[in-house]
Design a protein around this ligand. Structure first.
Ligand code: UDP
Length: 369
C-alpha cells in the first residue's frame, strides 16, 4: 500500500489522483488551499441558469485520443467549436487571421491580389506565426503582415503581457498564427467541446473514488508529510521554496461580470478588442452550453501582473530567463523533497492548455502504476 499526497485539486491533480485510485491499495489525499475543487477550470451555474467560468473561458480541445478517452469517462462533451472575432476598425473579423478575414478586411481587388500572392508563395493550409510572417519581400505581403501585427497583435499583447510581441517569447503569439485557410475556428484539433455539466462536475467525478480524500481550504505547509510516500505538487514552486531565489513572474487577469436582460450581448462567446478599451476581450458564457435564460452574463477581461496576496496566478511568463530560474527552483525543491513530482501550469511553470496538463499528469503518474 502506498500513501500519496496530491497538492492542488485542479485538472492536473485530479488526473493524477484518479489514475492512482485505480489501485485500491493506494490511499490518496488531495488538498487545495481554495474553497473549491477544479482550480482555474472551476465553473458554476448562476441564478440565471448560466454556466459561468469563474476564471475565464475554458474550451476543451485536443488531438490526443488518450486524453480525450480518459476525460470522457467522467463527462460527455458537446460539439462546440470555438470561434473568436476581433473588433478591428469597428468590424468583427475572424481570428486566427485567415482568408475569410482578408476578404472582410480589405477591398475585393486588394484581397484577391493578396490571396493570389500568398498562394504563390505558401501552401494552402499553412500556419505561420506572426513573427515569421513579418519577413516578406513583396510589398503587398509586407503591408498585410504589418496590418495584422498592428491591428491584431501589438496592442492586445501590450495589454495582456505588458510588453510588445517582440519582447515576449515567440511561442505565445504563435498560439494564434496567420492561417492560410478558410477555416474560421480558433482550434483545429480533432476533439473539441465543453463538458455537458461543466468542468467542476467532471473533476468532481474524477475525484469521486473511495480511496481519494479531498481536503479544501488546506495549505501544503499545514500538512504533516511523515505519513506520505509520494507527493504530487501542482502549486507554485517559488512559493514552496519560500521565494528564496526571488519570484517567478506570472500574469494575472480579473473579470468584471455584467448581466443583461436580453437573449445575447454579442455575436459569439469571445470577442477580442485588441485596439480599444482597457480590457482584452469579452466572454459571453451562455454560448458554451447553449444555456436557456432570458438573461445573459458577460465578463470583461483585464490583465495585470500577479502580486502575491492580491490576485491569482493565471499565466507563467515564457522566456529563457524565467525557465532558468524555474530550473534552479526545481533543483532546490527536488533536493529538499526527493519524493515529490511537479506538474501543472504552476508546478511546471508551463503555459499548458487543459489537454496538455492532462497529458503531462498521465505521463508523470505512469511511474507509479
Ligand atoms: N493575441 C493577440 N491578439 C488577439 C489574440 C491573441 O495579440 O486577438 C496574442 C496575445 O499575445 C495572446 C496570445 O496571442 O496572449 C495567445 O492568445 P490565446 O487566445 O491563445 O490566449 P489565452 O486564451 O490562453 O489567454
Amino acid at each position: 500500500m502506498s500513501k500519496f499526497l496530491v497538492v492542488g485539486a485542479g485538472i492536473s491533480g485530479a488526473t493524477v489522483a484518479n489514475i492512482l485510485s485505480n489501485d485500491d491499495k493506494n490511499e490518496i489525499t488531495v488538498i487545495d488551499r481554495l474553497d473549491h475543487i477544479a482550480g482555474n477550470c472551476f465553473d458554476y451555474r448562476d441564478d440565471n441558469n448560466i454556466m459561468i467560468h469563474k476564471y475565464g473561458s475554458h474550451i476543451f480541445h485536443t488531438s490526443d485520443k488518450e486524453v480525450w478517452t480518459f476525460l470522457r469517462q467522467f463527462t460527455g462533451f458537446n460539439t462546440y467549436m470555438h470561434r473568436v472575432v476581433a473588433v478591428i476598425e469597428g468590424n468583427e473579423l475572424p481570428l486566427p487571421f485567415n482568408f475569410n478575414t482578408i476578404r472582410m478586411a480589405f477591398p475585393q481587388i486588394l484581397a484577391e491580389r493578396i490571396e493570389r500572392k500568398l498562394l504563390e508563395k505558401f501552401q494552402y493550409g499553412t500556419k505561420i506565426p506572426i513573427r515569421d510572417f513579418m519577413e516578406q519581400d513583396d510589398e503587398d505581403l509586407r503591408f498585410l503582415a504589418q496590418y495584422i501585427y498592428e491591428n491584431v497583435f501589438l496592442h492586445y499583447t501590450e495589454k495582456q503581457w505588458g510588453k510588445s510581441p517582440d519582447q515576449i517569447d515567440g511561442a505565445v503569439t504563435a498560439r494564434v498564427p496567420v492561417y492560410l485557410s478558410r477555416d474560421d475556428r480558433y482550434f483545429q484539433n480533432t476533439y473539441q467541446g465543453i463538458p455537458l455539466e461543466g468542468y467542476t462536475s467532471m473533476i468532481q467525478r474524477m475525484l469521486n473514488c473511495p480511496n481519494i480524500k479531498v481536503q479544501l481550504n488546506k495549505e501544503f505547509k499545514e500538512v504533516d508529510l511523515k505519513g506520505y510516500d509520494f507527493i504530487f505538487y501542482t502549486g507554485p514552486i517559488d512559493e514552496l521554496m519560500d521565494y528564496r531565489l526571488g519570484q517567478l513572474p506570472y500574469r494575472s487577469v480579473h473579470f468584471e461580470l455584467e448581466t443583461y436582460d436580453r437573449e445575447h450581448y454579442q455575436s459569439g462567446a469571445a470577442v477580442n478588442y485588441p485596439n480599444n478599451y482597457e480590457f482584452t476581450r469579452i466572454h459571453e458564457y451562455k454560448y458554451y452550453l447553449n444555456d436557456k435564460s432570458d438573461k445573459t452574463v458577460i465578463a470583461k477581461e483585464y490583465s495585470e501582473d500577479f502580486v502575491p496576496g492580491k490576485n491569482d496566478r493565471y499565466y507563467p511568463v515564457p522566456g529563457e530567463e524565467n525557465t532558468e530560474l524555474y530550473n534552479r527552483y526545481l533543483a532546490l525543491a527536488q533536493e529538499k523533497y526527493p519524493n515529490m513530482r511537479f506538474l501543472g501550469r504552476l508546478g511546471d511553470y508551463r503555459y499548458y492548455d487543459m489537454d496538455k496538463a492532462v497529458r503531462r499528469a498521465l505521463d508523470v503518474v505512469k511511474e507509479f502504476c
